[in-house]
Design a protein. Structure first.
Length: 293
């Protein structure tokens, strides 16, 4: 199982598409992190992967590396996605096998317009860290500069994941002029994250969620209620508009494969845990993009 902890909502960037800028700004207490992790292990067993990330910059948490060490001691693989502004990339080497870095553009002026600062420092962070461990780059696809980032990654042997803007209302209010029209989904609602206990996401307030795409917790009634609605083919309120939690009947048929990596989260997990299956992972990524665009 892949577990994700939203350890902080604070960030030193102001990306216009990030819902976390409107969240209450704060950190998950270290004792709460331990308590939630222990409870998760008792209920589900030791997770294969634990991601320390969310709607904030994880390295701003004063116990970030202590949390990673705790995850490693547990027997799990710690992972994260950072904006690459941390001053000491060498600190990642002790407990991380791979690190994700978010880069939307190589143009410094465009980066500032997005709300991303100090691009030269981010590039230096990537080039320094990638000498010792595997680095993968995540790009949110809303500019024409994705090919340039792709070439940057190819030239350096870095993995590159392109993520579309979410169309869910609890995301899209941040970018009303950039929404794409969603393709019409045929058949009833189905989501692998509800049907199978693959990931678990713990919000900063310790709320347990089936995925990381639920941001408006006022609509959330728990995983059991979501599963009951999904079993009837009804879209739960917190899932309406989601790009990743809707079923294409004419693509996969009536019996979805629980082993199929059909979302960005699964691809990210695969990059860490499925080193021998990367051709399959990238095939799944292409399938995702054909659904979205």
């Amino acid at each position: 199982m892949h577990v994700q902890f939203e350890i902080t909502t604070r960030c030193n960037f102001q990306c216009f598409y990030c819902t976390g800028r409107d969240f209450v700004q704060g950190d998950m207490e270290y004792r709460d992190f331990n308590r939630i992790l222990d409870a998760h292990v008792e209920r589900y067993g030791v997770p294969e992967i634990v991601s320390l990330q969310g709607e904030g910059e994880p390295t701003l948490h004063k116990h970030f590396f202590k949390m990673a060490a705790k995850v490693r001691e547990l027997g799990s693989v710690p992972t994260t996605i950072t904006n690459g502004t941390y001053n000491h990339p060498e600190h990642f080497l002790e407990n991380f096998e791979s690190v994700g870095v978010s880069v939307d553009t190589l143009n410094e002026l465009t980066a500032k317009r997005i709300g991303r600062y100090n691009l030269p420092k981010v590039i230096s962070f990537i080039e320094t860290l990638s000498k010792d461990i595997r680095v993968w780059v995540i790009t949110v696809a809303f500019t024409k500069e994705v090919p340039a980032v792709r070439r940057f990654c190819q030239e350096r042997g870095l993995h590159h994941v392109v993520q579309p803007l979410q169309s869910k209302p609890d995301y899209a209010y941040r970018y009303p002029n950039l929404q794409r029209s969603s393709r019409v989904r045929k058949g009833g609602f189905w989501c692998r994250y509800i049907a199978y206990p693959l990931p678990r996401h713990y919000a900063m307030d310790a709320t347990e969620l089936p995925c990381c795409y639920i941001k408006d917790l006022t609509l959330y009634n728990g995983i059991k209620e979501m599963a009951a609605q999904a079993a009837k083919g009804t879209t739960p309120n917190v899932c309406k508009g989601c790009l990743f939690g809707q079923r294409l009947m004419n693509r996969w048929g009536p019996d979805p494969d629980p082993g199929r990596n059909d979302g960005v989260v699964s691809i990210v997990v695969g990059l860490f845990a499925q080193k021998k299956r990367q051709s399959h992972i990238w095939l799944c990524l292409r399938c995702l993009m054909t659904q979205v665009f």
